[in-house]
Every structure is written in structure tokens, then in C-alpha cells.
Design a protein around this ligand. Structure first.
Ligand SMILES: *Cc1c(COP(=O)(O)O)cnc(C)c1O
Length: 399
């Protein structure tokens, strides 16, 4: 079945009972049973996979988890309260005193903060590795997990996921991947060898900027330790959130297609602007990660990062504040365009040199891309004055 069809027809098992198209929203703390036998059976069954107690989910949670597992071409899925909660659960379940993990450099900032402030002080040896590192030479007897996020947050470097998985699997070590950027629509993580794929469903998967949710997919075997950890630690996703995400999921394929088209249009236009030094977006053939992107992804909807020519803090502030369609805010993946001045986490500790290029992250929403380019052109003109921005803009948009 094609993905677009799957997204419409998956996860509607409980809809028939209510004679509705969408499955009903079931919220409860207590699940009740018709008999002691049924109760015992439920308590013995897989947690987060069927009715047991509110914390392990309701039929609404299970519908979303089944849909996500199907979409990711794997067996099972566990929902968490946020993307970060998914990340910390995966990390916590695979670490401990004396263990060593490899984490790709340039991961999502809060992932690194968790490693540095929780894992390292409690005795896990966390080693960050670069895109060109020979992973097999970094693996140790004590290595318990390789964690990769592709592309890197903000700096957008691509990682050779199949090579990383091959090296880790040679030694029986699982690989987890933060696959939020690609979503299962454009990034088939498990087919590339990833054991545990995790997503901030907060972003594209829900797509409506009105909730936080994490989703973790993999085989039953790959998620067994994590499932037990989530059970012990009270990991939970609210049924309301799962219900809304299921609604977002129905349109994921068509939204991604449109996000992709508009992101490419805007990125290419930005590339032609004199005040733009570089656009970091692996879908562009000028990007250093383009070949890896082509071999691992079937598409790209952004977000992407733009390196503006060096400028003073005042000029930079004026540029950001002049934008009107691009609202200033963290996060991305919703219907609305966003802009965020970007300071990669590993550079944050260093004092930025006065003449350093300015990094800005853009998320291209579902607005008309010409309106978005006009908004950008107007902000660039306000900063750098004059220039034949409008005719340049027209030329790009028409094509
Ligand atoms: C936003 C984001 C997260 C965190 O998700 P939340 O739901 O906001 O906690 C994790 N990884 C990546 C790559 C993200 O962009």
C-alpha cells in the first residue's frame, strides 16, 4: 500500500465501534476489566501495547502507535510526552556507570545538555564523534549505544547512517537515530539499519504547532529494554495529544511534499542574494552533504540554516525584527514559517568573533513561497539598502 493511502486508512480499528471515520478519543486513568482472568491477562501483556492502566495508554494511544509503526515499516512504537522525553528515555535505558556511548556531534542542544549534565556525572562515558570519524575504531568493549542525529541540528552535516550501523552491528551494539528532520516520509531509518528511531512528533508529524509528543519506533526486540525503562519511569503520552497527532498524521505526506517544494524555492532564492554567504540545506546540490542526503533520503522539507554575511548585532537584529511572515520562535515543522537566530551548541561556549558570519535557521511553512521571499527581500533591503531585489525575486519565483 502506498504511504499516502496508508496514512488515511491506518489506525481506524476503534473507529468502527463508534460508526465514525476517526477513532474516538479515550481518556482514562483507570482501565476496568470484565473478569479477574481478563485483568490478569492484561497485566501480563506487553506494556504500552494494550489496555492495562492509564499510564500505559488507551486505545487512542495504541491507534497512533500502530499507525506510526506501520509508517516506519517496523513492528512497534512507544509514545512519550515530548521529543526530548523520547531522547532521554532511549539514552537512559542504554547507559549507566562504566558504559560508553557514542553521540554524533551537533546533536539537538538539549540532547547534549542531558548527556553532559545527567549521563556523564552518573558515570556514563559520553564521546561525541564527527561526521568523518571512523566509528568502528571508536567502539569499545563497554560501548552500549551509538546515537546519531541526521542531519546535525543547525549545522546540517549529514551522517553516513548505513556505515555507522554496519560498524556498530559488527560488535552487537544498537544504533538509535533522532530522525525528526526527515520523518518516515523521507527517511526510512530502519531500512538503513537503525534499531531505534525516534521523532519529535511535535514537529512535522503533528504539524500544527499545538502540542508536544515523542514517538519511538523499532522491532519488539530492539525496544524491549526501552519499554521496560519507560514502564519503570512513568513515561506517558496524553491520549488527547495522541488523538491530535493522529489527525495531523493523516495529512503528513501531502504537507511534506508542499513543505519540500516551498523550502527548495526559498532556499534557492536565498542562495542568489548577495548578503547570503551560504545556505546549509542538504537538498541543494551545492551542499557538502548532498551526496549522502541523496543516498539516504527520498526528500527534504527543511528546516535549513542560512549563513549571512558578517554584520553588526544591530544590523542583524534589524533583519530579524523586520521579518513579518517569519515569526521568531523555537521549534519548526508546523504550518507557519519561523525564523531563529542559530548558535550551534558546541560554539555557544566560545565568544563569537565580531566578524563571524551570522547563522539563521528558517522553517518554511505552508504559505505561498513568493510571499515568503518578498518578506525576506524586504528585510534584507531594510538592512543592506537598495539593490535590485524585486526583479531578482521575480526571476527566481517564476522558475
Ligand atoms: C525539537 C526537537 C526535539 C525535541 O522535541 P520536543 O518535542 O520539543 O521535546 C528533538 N530532536 C530534534 C531534532 C528536534 O528538532
Amino acid at each position: 500500500m502506498d504511504t499516502e493511502t496508508l496514512l488515511i486508512h491506518a489506525a481506524r480499528q476503534t473507529a468502527t465501534a463508534a460508526n465514525s471515520v476517526s477513532p474516538p478519543l479515550v481518556r482514562t486513568s483507570t482501565t476496568v476489566f470484565d473478569s479477574f482472568d481478563a485483568y490478569k491477562q492484561a497485566q501480563g501483556a506487553l506494556v504500552f501495547d494494550g489496555p492495562r492502566y492509564g499510564r500505559s495508554g488507551t486505545s487512542t494511544t495504541f491507534e497512533l502507535q500502530r499507525a506510526m509503526a506501520q509508517l516506519a515499516n517496523t513492528e512497534t512504537c512507544i509514545a512519550t510526552s515530548s521529543g526530548l522525553a523520547a531522547i532521554t528515555a532511549v539514552l537512559a535505558a542504554h547507559t549507566g556507570p562504566g558504559r560508553h556511548i557514542l553521540v554524533s556531534a551537533g546533536v539537538y542542544g538539549p540532547t547534549r545538555v542531558f548527556c553532559d549534565n545527567e549521563l556523564i556525572p552518573s558515570g556514563t562515558d559520553v564521546e561525541y564523534f564527527a561526521p568523518d570519524a571512523d566509528v568502528s575504531s571508536l567502539l569499545r568493549e563497554t560501548t552500549s549505544l551509538v546515537f546519531v542525529e541526521t542531519p546535525a541540528s543547525l549545522t546540517m552535516e549529514m551522517w553516513d547512517v548505513p556505515a555507522i550501523c554496519a560498524a556498530a552491528h559488527d560488535r552487537g551494539i544498537p544504533v538509535a537515530c533522532d530522525a525528526t528532520w526527515g520523518t518516515p516520509i523521507f527517511f526510512d531509518a530502519h531500512a538503513l539499519g537503525v534499531d531505534i528511531s525516534l521523532h519529535a512528533a511535535t514537529k512535522f508529524i503533528n504539524g500544527h504547532s499545538d502540542l508536544l509528543l515523542g514517538l519511538i519506533t523499532g522491532t519488539h526486540d530492539a525496544l524491549a529494554g526501552l519499554r521496560a525503562y519507560c514502564d519503570r519511569s512513568g513515561t506517558h503520552a496524553a491520549p488527547d495529544t495522541c488523538w491530535l497527532t493522529l489527525r495531523g498524521l493523516r495529512t503528513l505526506a501531502v504537507r511534506m511534499e508542499r513543505h519540500q517544494r516551498s523550502a527548495l524555492t526559498v532556499a534557492q532564492w536565498l542562495q542568489s542574494q548577495p548578503s547570503v554567504q551560504q545556505v546549509l540545506f542538504p537538498a541543494l546540490d551545492t551542499d557538502p552533504g548532498h551526496k549522502l542526503w541523496q543516498s539516504q533520503f527520498s526528500g527534504a522539507a527543511g528546516p535549513f540554516t542560512v549563513e549571512l554575511a558578517p554584520c553588526s548585532e544591530d544590523v542583524f537584529t534589524r533583519f530579524i525584527d523586520h521579518l513579518s511572515l517569519f515569526r521568531l520562535g523555537t521549534s519548526w515543522g508546523g504550518f507557519e514559517s519561523l525564523v531563529m537566530p542559530a548558535v550551534p551548541h558546541h560554539l555557544r561556549a566560545l565568544a563569537a568573533p565580531a566578524n563571524a558570519p551570522r547563522l539563521v535557521r528558517f522553517h518554511i511553512g505552508l504559505e505561498n513561497p513568493q510571499d515568503l521571499c518578498e518578506d525576506l527581500a524586504s528585510a534584507l533591503t531594510a538592512v543592506h539598502g537598495g539593490g535590485d531585489v524585486d526583479s531578482n525575486l521575480q526571476k527566481t519565483i517564476v522558475g
